[in-house]
Design a protein around this ligand. Structure first.
Ligand code: MNH
Length: 491
């Protein structure tokens, strides 16, 4: 437990006074609760996205004692992305995740030595070339997903649910060679449930920390969370200990256990390795699953884009519905990649990230900002800033043609964050997503429910809710397989 106590939260975020500047905010503010009533505690970011529409380039919300400042335009964001003037900081909801993620990569403060150490040790495992090591795993999990789908008694599938299984399975195998049997066992592995419940509770705790009685409520939630968290921690700690003398596996855990820093010879401690593993699982699975689900939503509802994706997949993979792309082929699915990019523009699954100045400065020449102040970049708004994007609500993958990208100002598209704290898993997510999407549209036609309207919900990240598609095999070559004839459903 010593390790956990050492990771105590900081409360720097409370000081966010912006030298007394008051920005536009919705409605009339109440004593004590502030703007609490206008925001939806279950979907805080989504409610801010809606409220923020009317409030301009910078606005604020006050929830109990905590002031939140949101930035909505590409112009101000370009400045906040200047690494010589600004850096990442952790807003309360992310700081609360330190109970799980400690000083792991995502939840570390910039000045914590383990950030640089882990970054230096792990960066080589996340280059584009390193994706070769995960390519086979990604193919295998995709195959299992299709076997699972083809064996179901129905051809109507819950997209978000199944994409989440797929990304969780890919990550657990890539990170620590653990098979959770997501597509082969009828119930999810208890680790997955424990992890998700623990995180949801941690986030709720983060939300109430500044409320009157928040400390007490937090203790209650901690108690509730303790069992799940301890169980998940133990499982990982056992796994790490069991691998301590094993140099044979070259997964992420293997790298963390076996590789010392080339200059200092330093290694990660066992507890920090656990933080990193949890971080990869959490940062990597829901974000990518959301990106896949949104892209499938846009493909299913934009028949012309789907047709072009299928033509591209056919051209590269040929006629065999079981054909799998080679590593080098994955970067050839240009249109499919643009569909993914465009989905992450409209629905960035990590909806916001935060920035704080390195020294006192003036944002945009008009908003004084001190080192105590921090701003949340609202990607959902920035990515639809009418100053940069024509018809921002329209799904148009051709916005990501190279010549179109060149026309846009720098930093107008930031789904993976920015600077040295940008997403380390970007290539992993892109490789996996393009590979899965290519195989999926190559093999199936997708029909959404006729009356479905996109319903976005907030888990830790943004995902479509209750989004089902009906799958139809495009062709059956080897043996004609009807989805029903295959069913081995045991009820
Ligand atoms: Mn990811 C940081 C978005 C997939 C691991 N990720 C970030 C940030 C964004 C982000 C935005 C920066 C947050 C901040 O500034 O506070 N990540 C995504 C998206 C996807 C994604 C939209 C998928 C799509 N991320 C992944 C995958 C992994 C991963 C896959 C791991 C395998 N991400 C991380 C880690 C960090 C991060 C680790 C923190 C990096 C650092 O600060 O050093």
């Amino acid at each position: 437990m010593a390790g956990r106590l050492a990771q105590a939260a900081r409360t720097h975020w409370l000081r966010n006074s912006w030298s007394g500047q008051e920005f536009p905010h919705p409605g009339k503010r109440r004593p004590i609760v502030g703007d609490l009533e206008v925001s939806d505690p279950r979907n805080p970011i989504l409610s801010v996205l809606t409220l923020g529409k009317e409030l301009g380039e910078i606005y604020e919300l006050k929830i109990f004692r905590q002031k939140f400042v949101f930035v909505a335009t590409a112009e101000l964001v370009a400045e906040l992305c200047d690494e010589t003037r600004f850096q990442k900081t952790l807003p309360p909801a992310i700081d609360a995740l330190r109970e799980f993620g400690g000083d792991g990569l995502f939840t570390a403060y910039n000045d914590e030595p383990n950030w640089q150490l882990a970054h230096d040790l792990l960066m080589p495992a996340f280059t584009k070339a390193s994706m070769r090591s995960y390519h086979e795993i990604m193919l295998a999990v995709t195959r299992e997903l299709f076997e699972y789908w083809d064996g179901l008694p129905t051809s109507r599938v819950d997209v978000t649910r199944d994409m989440t299984k797929l990304t969780m399975e890919t990550l657990s195998r890539s990170a620590f060679s653990r098979d959770f049997g997501s597509f082969t066992s009828p119930t999810p592995h208890p680790f997955v449930g424990a992890m998700i419940r623990g995180l949801a509770t941690a986030r709720r705790k983060g939300g109430i920390r500044t409320a009157p009685g928040g400390k007490l409520a937090g203790k209650f939630l901690s108690h509730k969370m303790a069992k799940d968290q301890e169980w998940a921690d133990e499982l990982l700690d056992d796994l790490i200990a069991a691998r301590a003398d094993d140099r044979s596996q070259h997964d992420l855990l293997g790298i963390m256990l076996n590789v010392a820093h080339p200059e200092t010879g330093e290694r990660l401690s066992p507890i920090n390795i656990r933080y990193q593993i949890l971080t990869f699982l959490v940062a990597g699975h829901e974000t990518t699953s959301g990106a896949l689900s949104f892209t499938l939503y846009f493909l299913a509802t934009n028949p012309d884009c789907l047709r072009r994706a299928q033509e591209e997949a056919d051209a590269i993979l040929g006629d065999d519905p079981d054909a799998e792309p080679t590593f080098d082929q994955v970067s050839k699915f240009r249109h499919i990649r643009r569909c993914l990019d465009e989905s992450l523009r409209i629905w960035p699954t990590v909806p916001a990230f935060s920035r704080t100045p390195l020294s006192d400065t003036v944002l945009g020449g008009r908003y004084p900002m001190r080192t105590d102040d921090w701003a949340l970049i609202m990607l959902g708004q920035v990515h639809r800033d009418p100053a940069v994007w024509d018809e921002p609500e329209r799904f148009d993958p051709d916005r990501f043609l190279p010549e179109e990208i060149k026309k846009r100002p720098a930093h107008s598209y930031k789904p993976f964050g920015t600077g040295m704290r940008a997403c380390i898993g970007r290539q992993f997510a892109l490789h996996e997503s393009v590979l899965v999407l290519a195989r999926l549209v190559h093999r199936y036609d997708l029909t959404p429910d006729a009356d479905y309207e996109l319903d976005v919900t907030e888990r830790l990240t943004m995902v479509p809710r209750s989004f089902f598609v009906t799958l139809r095999r495009r062709r059956a070559t080897t043996q004609p397989v009807e989805s029903h004839s295959h069913a081995t459903h045991s009820g």
